[in-house]
Design a protein around this ligand. Structure first.
Ligand SMILES: [Zn+2]
Length: 222
């Protein structure tokens, strides 16, 4: 794509004018000078640039923040055990601040949020489908072998703990109490969990997502 400019521009501004946020740029290579260019360098007339997306990278302590439209993705990330903040009442400035302050990767479909100068630790979610969105995140950050099913409360992101059945007996539906003995409580919101039929369905969903993701000992299957 050829681009005419009124004057010199930073590569970051040039690329963002083409609707590609800077956090989605992995590298910029000049086919004229045969070298990689930093995003803050200025454009050179006649240059031909090759822009590549970010390479998958491993996060040592994965934590995320989903924008207000990604509630179903947030739920899946929590089900897979990843620390994931989400609140659909947050404004974009608040999400940007919280992402930086808490060192969370911001997951969003909003280009305007990603174009904020502080949004270096962020990812553009491309799909409309929550399972495909989760696959995008797991593949990008090589998370497949860090999944810990039901490691987070799907309601509030708190940490669940196992509780004695007798301590929560009054909250268990009688039919469930007859066949199940293991229960969990969220430490933060007191939500009670158990492995019912919905859990089996969720496990199957996550297995399908992970089957299409690379791990450290399995190359990208796509
Ligand atoms: Zn909770």
């Amino acid at each position: 794509m050829a681009r005419s400019l009124a004057g010199p521009s930073s590569l970051k501004d040039l690329i963002e004018s083409l609707r590609v946020p800077h956090c989605e740029v992995g590298s910029v290579y000049s086919l004229v000078s045969k070298r990689e260019l930093p995003l803050d360098s200025l454009t050179v007339p006649g240059d031909v640039l090759e822009v590549r997306g970010p390479r998958p990278c491993r996060l040592t302590s994965p934590s995320f923040l989903c924008d207000g439209h990604l509630g179903k993705l947030a739920l899946l990330m929590r089900v897979m055990g990843f620390d994931t903040a989400w609140d659909n009442s947050w404004s974009e400035p608040r999400m940007a601040r919280r992402g930086v302050n808490e060192n969370r990767v911001v997951l969003t479909r909003s280009l305007s949020l990603l174009k904020r100068s502080t949004m270096d630790n962020a990812m553009l979610i491309r799909s409309d489908d929550p399972d495909e969105q989760a696959r995008e995140v797991v593949c990008r950050f090589l998370l497949a072998d860090q999944v810990r099913m039901f490691g987070r409360c799907s309601k509030c992101n708190g940490l669940p703990r196992e509780v004695a059945k007798a301590d929560v007996a009054s909250r268990i539906p009688p039919k469930t109490a007859k066949w199940l003995d293991t229960y969990y409580l969220c430490r933060d919101c007191d939500q009670l969990f158990w492995e019912g039929t919905h859990v089996t369905a969720l496990r199957r969903r996550v297995e399908k997502i992970l089957a299409r993701c690379p791990t450290s000992d399995r190359p990208d299957p796509s």
